[in-house]
Design a protein around this ligand. Sequence first.
Ligand SMILES: Nc1nc2c(c(=O)[nH]1)N[C@H]1C(S)=C(S)[C@@H](COP(=O)(O)OP(=O)(O)OC[C@H]3O[C@@H](n4cnc5c(=O)[nH]c(N)nc54)[C@H](O)[C@@H]3O)O[C@H]1N2
Ligand SMILES: Nc1nc2c(c(=O)[nH]1)N[C@H]1C(S)=C(S)[C@@H](COP(=O)(O)OP(=O)(O)OC[C@H]3O[C@@H](n4cnc5c(=O)[nH]c(N)nc54)[C@H](O)[C@@H]3O)O[C@H]1N2
Ligand code: SF4
Ligand SMILES: [Mo]
Length: 731
Amino acid sequence: MTKATHHRTCNLCEAMCGVVIEHDGREVLGVRGDPDDPLSRGHICPKAVALGEVHRDPDRLRRPQRRTGRDWSDVDWKTALDVCADRLHEVQAKYGRHAVGVYIGNPSVHNAGTLLFAGGFLKALRSFNRYSATSVDQLPHMLAAYEMFGHPLLMPVPDIDRCRHLLIFGANPVVSNGSIMSAPDVKKRLKAIKARGGRIIVVDPRRSETAELADEHIAIRPGTDALLLAAMLHTIYAEERIALGRLRGFTDGVDQLGASLRGFAPETASEATGVPAETIRRLARDFAAAEAAAAYGRIGICVQRFGGLSAWLLYALNIVTGKLDAPGGLMFTRPAADLVKAAAAFGERGHFDKGRSRVRGLPEFNGEYPVSTLADEIETPGEGQIRALVTIAGNPVLSTPNGRRLSKAMEKLDFMVSVDLFRNETTRHAHVILPPTSTLQQSHYDVAFNLFAIRNVAKYSPPLFPREKGEKHDWEILLELTTRIAARRGPRAAVASRLAHIGASRLGPDGILDQMLRWGPYGAKSGRRGMSLRLLKTHPHGLDLGPLEPALPERLMTRRKRVALSPPRIATDLRRLAAFREEAPPALSLIGRRELRTNNSWLHNSPSMVKGPARCRLWMHPEDATARGLRDGADVVVRSRTGEVTVPLAFDDSLRPGVVSLPHGYGHDLDDVALEVARRQAPGVSVNDLTDETVVDELSGTAVLNGVPVEVSAAAAPTDRSPLPVATPDP
Ligand SMILES: Nc1nc2c(c(=O)[nH]1)N[C@H]1C(S)=C(S)[C@@H](COP(=O)(O)OP(=O)(O)OC[C@H]3O[C@@H](n4cnc5c(=O)[nH]c(N)nc54)[C@H](O)[C@@H]3O)O[C@H]1N2
Ligand SMILES: Nc1nc2c(c(=O)[nH]1)N[C@H]1C(S)=C(S)[C@@H](COP(=O)(O)OP(=O)(O)OC[C@H]3O[C@@H](n4cnc5c(=O)[nH]c(N)nc54)[C@H](O)[C@@H]3O)O[C@H]1N2
Ligand code: SF4
Ligand SMILES: [Mo]
């Protein structure tokens, strides 16, 4: 076949880069950045190559797999789907509908098919036992957005292209490419802030790649951001620097917030945070005084003991200084396909703490329980015990705390089915694996991440490669399961679901998207641009819809269209924070890190992603290492309450002393994992064998993956290995 080019948007991370793929109709020959993409302007990262490598990966499953004991065999779709529906139905008939649990992972948000069709599947299943990667990720931001702005998806993003003072808490966009901030080529965008005379300040226990580029780095103690933020807000109140500007007209709770922060003066925060009181005051004053300023925070402030408080206080800091909804500040988007409005139209406005999990009494959020308690719910007998599990695009064995325990719990399930591309650490426990087509065989539109992009754009990608006979897309698999499960509930449910099936399969994700575009803010119905799928199809590089614009109070989804600055359900957690100040910090605490060529747990089977020296190493400050008599490059044992791992040590003085770091997503060398490259070239160890499922942010239920107390000692039988080069990721 002759060479051709194809334009699409990479869906591996949130940055949504436009890529130009050279191909021969069957295989990818090359991937480069699309200079005409209105958002990414030609940028790509090294991971873009993985789009082709995943597609051609011989380990990627092409046919449904069925496990009998330890033997796996191909099985046809009809049998596979029927077995799943029968077994799930059996379990529900015998033990009740909540006996089937569901875990939905991160890539489902990057895939319009799973995003738009998982809801129907969950409805058909009618189980309350739902879990997702949200509770190891952005749950605190969603909770704060829900309580303050009225919808969990109304999370504001920094307008970095116009910002002149960016205060970053616990995010490393130079490596992660931005999160809840789709900002491709973020490095250039950050440099541009400095070039126009602005400042960047990074609060992070590690002098990260982003901190390296910043004007100032505040090396905070892990897990203490809420104290720092409370003290900054305290300063702003105490020094009468409150300046809400136009937000004043529709913001409630300004006085309450000031009153509830009275006990949090900078002096009371400096010891726990490791940041001097005068520095905290200066940070607050500078932020309040700066024009076009935004305080932005990401996973570093989420997956810690005070995630909920941190996310709330961070938004509050932006609000009381008038930075929310102002150009250059923290702004809301106006996406062409507006998931917030669409969800609300179907009555999905979010909820919190409407119920508590059975075993540990953790709060539900948006119909999900915290994944930190999934193993409890599988292991603990009683009504509502999980007996069967469905996983969709997720790998909780590597990505959730105490994955080792969860892995063992999975062995006890009566039935498990996974919708996934690979047989990995999680899906090896399934009785049936249902593999979808690869992303290059699917059309793509970022229904989720356009909600969080620093510029409004709309880009549609048609499928690149045709699917082969006997291959199904994610949404088709979900729809087939939905219909079959409903059918087993009786003739009436069967008829209703059959009709729904016909309608939904005719529409598919593209048809739903088209409706969303037409009814959206630029759609034919709004008379603005006549946005539709057809229009997007004639613009292969995508359409630029302009910079972010002030959107409040209209965009608010609270009942009276007012911002709730001091939501009581969150503010009460300040009591726990006050008590925390008395706790002695652990001698060593573990934090995570991301690296340029990783994508959580699932790209280590792509050869280009794992070439070079092994990256799964424990980074430790040389002072901490010397004090323990540890050698650079030697194997060390890292222990926590939950387990231990043996891993090579690398000295790294970018860390605050007392803090060590391990990346997540490794630990591939397990029985029955069919990831040849990962097992051979990048097995590593799982940091989530060390993280503790029993410790969560008590307010939100979010897992605590940062600030985990650990001990590190030399491995008993040191391997004689020459020191590895000091790790420097290569952004
Ligand atoms: N210690 C620690 N743990 C962490 C984190 C951390 O910072 N530190 N980060 C957390 C975060 S932010 C996240 S988002 C989670 C991620 O946690 P998960 O979502 O549970 O895990 P992933 O590694 O993203 O696994 C994705 C799975 O989806 C499959 N997959 C990929 N694309 C598709 C697709 O299109 N369709 C289907 N059906 N399957 C697909 C892959 O094969 C893989 O099995 O990890 C969390 N875990
Ligand atoms: N290359 C790559 N890119 C990715 C991913 C990936 O796996 N690899 N995953 C994607 C996903 S799912 C997500 S959610 C995003 C996440 O995007 P980011 O939030 O930007 O992710 P990280 O790079 O983990 O940055 C978190 C930072 O928080 C710091 N930190 C740790 N503990 C604390 C703390 O207690 N307080 C403070 N202030 N900082 C702390 C860490 O040192 C780290 O620098 O990245 C996405 N992009
Ligand atoms: S930055 Fe993200 S979207 Fe862009 S090429 Fe890399 S993985 Fe793909
Ligand atoms: Mo994530």
